[in-house]
Design a protein around this ligand. Structure first.
Ligand code: 5CA
Length: 440
């Protein structure tokens, strides 16, 4: 993409309404635009990041044999009346009446709908476990939407749902999902700690929230600092091996980690004092086991091996994809702007042309750009160097390829790594190779 002809509406001014860094930077970098309270349009770079995160989430869900579906955003109220949640959910649910006076709602979550789909198609225990997920917009009429995409009213979520034969098999699915989540967050480039959590309106008695540490986070948290010293994924884990999954889960949950709702003073005081970390964090995902809560209330059963009907055990598994965009920025920025982790950056590099009137500079930039036009952004604008550098730092591209008339005479371009600020001087032909091979 050439910057001169592209739509990247960066702002010079700091927007007054934004209280936290990620919100400020998303507005300044032109990633989002607020359309009404808690409702955002996603502009080109914002959408690219949303897609990059979505792709990683998909790959890791598919790797644990979850299958993708897509359910509608609008749901019939009748479904929710069957589970009893239509009245229980309260004013956060956006209720709509259609022209035939039928009650609808904009889905805040999809346990009822997926249970209904399951009911239409699955009749026997032989089809279990069933594990389905979707990436879809949700709406919760939050009383106080704030912090941009962090607490929005309309937001993008990965929601997954599982159906198992019994408790034992359902917790194995829960463990699998725990691994899928750890892998997902690691690939995205953010540290998210699973913490024992309250289940809220989803229900059930086993739940973990995945928390990104950040002083601006809305969740109060308590954890043993040793948790963060482990490299949990350094050994490959066979997700088909139930014993390995169980051992992993036990090893992990030995370390104290809980949100304030589940905080237990007695257990906390068993953690050595110098290892007790108290603080705040952003909840980027949550997983639940809630047994037969929905299958029972909606009377959804299947035939078991003994020919008797039983209610399958369920879990649900959410990742706040749009919230993650903010959470990544919250944990990866400096006073100049965003620092994108390579895996989700909207562009891998920006080519900064410092001599747009110099034939040789243009030639070199064109050559670099043409071989990477999908992953490189080309700043070909006739602007001051300072303003180009500022925009590059603000937008947070992992690499800046600086092409100036002087160095080009020696066949050299300069590379800057956004994260560390390191600079490298390289012959033009080595640039792409160097970026691809770089570790760090
Ligand atoms: N049905 C379950 C899991 S599929 C569920 O809805 N879980 S949840 O309520 O915990 O939401 C999943 C994730 O969505 C949360 O962990 C959070 O990251 C994100 N989320 C929830 N509310 C909002 C909101 N108002 N704005 C942005 N993200 C949100």
């Amino acid at each position: 993409m050439r910057l001169s002809s592209a739509f990247f509406p960066t702002l010079k001014e700091v927007p007054a309404e934004a209280q936290i860094a990620s919100h400020r930077l998303m507005l300044r970098a032109g990633m989002i635009k607020q359309m009404s309270s808690g409702i955002y349009a996603w502009l080109p770079t914002g959408l690219k990041v949303l897609h990059n995160i979505s792709n990683i989430v998909r790959e890791e869900q598919n790797a644990v044999f979850a299958q993708e579906v897509l359910m509608p955003t609008l749901q019939s109220a009748d479904l929710w009346k069957r589970s009893g949640r239509y009245d229980a959910y309260g004013p956060e649910m956006l209720r709509i009446v259609d022209r035939h006076k039928r009650d609808l709602l904009y889905g805040p979550t999809n346990e009822e709908m997926i249970t209904d789909i399951f009911n239409q198609h699955v009749t026997s225990y032989k089809s279990l476990p069933t594990l389905l997920y979707q990436l879809q917009w949700k709406f919760r009429d939050e009383i106080r939407p704030r912090f941009g995409v962090m607490r929005a009213r309309e937001f993008f979520m990965k929601d997954g749902y599982s159906f198992d034969i019994d408790y034992k098999s359902a917790v194995v699915t829960y463990y699998k999902m725990m691994i899928a989540y750890l892998r997902t967050f690691q690939r995205i480039g953010v540290q998210a700690i699973p913490m024992l959590a309250d289940t809220g309106p989803i229900g059930g008695d086993l739940s973990h929230e995945f928390i990104v540490l950040a002083p601006t986070g809305e969740s109060g948290i308590y954890f043993d600092s040793d948790f963060t010293q482990q490299n949990w994924l350094d050994q490959p884990i066979d997700i088909q091996d139930t014993n390995a999954l169980e051992t992993f889960f036990k090893r992990m949950t030995k370390f104290y980690a809980a949100t304030e709702e589940k905080h237990d003073q007695e257990k906390w005081h068993k953690v050595p004092q110098n290892k007790r970390c108290e603080g705040r964090g952003i909840e980027v995902g949550q997983i639940f086991y809630f047994g037969t809560k929905y299958t029972k209330s909606m009377n959804v059963s299947v035939i078991g091996p003994d020919s008797n009907k039983f209610y399958p055990h369920m879990g649900s598994y959410g990742i706040g994809i749009s919230r993650l965009v903010g959470a990544v920025i919250e944990s990866s920025h400096d006073d100049k702007g965003i620092i994108w982790p390579d895996a989700i950056a909207p562009f891998q590099a920006v080519i900064i042309n410092l001599g747009v009137k110099d034939i040789k500079c243009n030639e070199v930039c064109d050559q670099l750009y043409q071989t990477n036009s999908n992953s490189y952004l080309y700043d070909d604008r006739d602007e001051r160097a300072g303003s180009k550098f500022n925009d590059a730092d603000l937008m947070g591209h992992p690499w800046q390829i600086i092409v100036g008339p002087r160095s080009i005479k020696q066949g050299i371009v300069e590379l800057k790594r956004r994260k560390s600020g390191e600079r490298f001087e390289l012959p033009i032909d080595h640039v792409n190779e160097f970026i691809q091979a770089y570790q760090g």
